[in-house]
Ligand binder design. Structure first.
Ligand SMILES: NC(=O)c1ccc[n+]([C@@H]2O[C@H](COP(=O)([O-])OP(=O)(O)OC[C@H]3O[C@@H](n4cnc5c(N)ncnc54)[C@H](OP(=O)(O)O)[C@@H]3O)[C@@H](O)[C@H]2O)c1
Length: 306
């Protein structure tokens, strides 16, 4: 099968389209013919080095996919060949490939209302948003949330999940994305380059931080007593949390087939839409990563595989 791998850390030029053996599904795994895989910041962060140890090279990049079950390993009850599935993969295998052996428990049926290109855009980004605002942030209806980075892969799901759950949503994004973020349901969208969110956002119960750094630091000033900053990027300051009588947490997203099935039901019910900003072919993985790293992509970048 063809896959895109790295043998060394570095710029996009280290991504190589190669031929390697098709994996065999172990017990509890399914072999999936990948139709599309999405591109996430973690892919270029791994590629740039510092995220995984050098002894894990060569490595196939890509953390999520949508495809069709080709063959099942032993003990895989819910799936059979021909089923359309999507999943977030653990870091030891990659989706930039024609086939991947995925753990059945990590997979869910692909939302019927989506084609593979849109379905592949869901797993990592949507699970991150779900686990961030519900599992870590415990966001409930009638609460207020501020979402930083609302027009990107994770943010565009977070805005919709929060809104569908009955929260009031404040969101920061680039000026070009204001209308897009409002169309996702944000009650107020703030251009982070021309406005300081502290000037307009009232105290919130949850800050969902997809940006980090100074943006996270400044967010303490709009957090209610008892509130929480949930970050995908860095552990919020314990001193600031104590000063504000609030909390801060950093988390890593985990594969979860059940949550993905729940997200799929919301998508098929028309409650959540999936924005694919750009599509590249598998052989153009380097261009796709360049585009994501450069910024200003609305929603997700996806690779068409087969
Ligand atoms: N811990 C985990 O398990 C985990 C999981 C998923 C993602 N992440 C991390 O979370 C971050 C977001 O992921 P993603 O997939 O959503 O990335 P993305 O698709 O690249 O989106 C990032 C968004 O943030 C916007 N942005 C940049 N600077 C901003 C600022 N100062 N204020 C407000 N918005 C700003 C960008 O807009 P412009 O480009 O227009 O400026 C872009 O729309 C990444 O760093 C990723 O590595 C971590």
């Amino acid at each position: 099968m063809q896959s895109v791998r790295i043998h060394a850390f570095g710029g996009p030029e280290v991504l190589k389209l190669e031929t390697e053996p098709t994996p065999e599904p172990k017990p509890g795994e399914i072999l999936v013919r990948v139709h599309a895989a999405s591109v996430n910041p973690v892919d270029y962060k791994i590629r740039n080095g510092g995220y995984v140890a050098e002894d894990r090279l060569p490595l196939t990049l890509g953390r999520d996919f949508s495809g069709v079950v080709e063959r099942c390993g032993a003990g895989v009850e819910p799936f059979k060949p021909g089923d359309e599935v999507y999943a977030l993969l653990p870091p030891d295998r990659g989706g930039y490939a024609e086939f991947v052996a995925a753990k059945a428990q990590d997979c869910a049926g692909k939302p019927k209302s989506l084609d593979h290109l849109h379905a592949a855009a869901v797993p990592l980004a949507a699970l991150t948003a779900w686990q961030g605002i519900f599992d870590n942030g415990s966001l409930s209806s009638r609460q207020r949330i501020l979402i930083h980075g609302a027009a990107g892969g994770v943010g565009h799901f977070a805005v919709q999940f929060a809104k569908a759950n009955g929260a009031t949503v404040y969101a920061t994004c680039s000026g070009n994305d204001i209308d897009f973020v409002r169309s996702l349901g944000a009650d107020e969208a703030i251009d982070y380059k021309s406005q300081r969110f502290e000037n307009t956002v009232p105290d919130v119960d949850v800050v969902y931080d997809l940006v980090g750094g100074e943006t996270q630091e400044r967010s303490w000033s709009v957090l209610k007593e008892g509130g929480i900053i949930v970050s995908t990027l860095q552990q919020p300051s314990k001193e600031k949390a104590a000063e504000r009588k609030a909390r801060g947490t950093h988390y890593m997203t985990k594969p979860d087939g059940d949550q993905l099935a729940e997200i799929g039901r919301l998508i098929d019910a028309g409650a959540i839409r999936v924005e694919v900003g750009k599509v590249f072919q598998l052989r153009q993985a380097a261009d796709a990563e360049r585009a994501l790293e450069k910024g200003h992509v609305r929603g997700k970048i996806v690779l068409e595989v087969t």
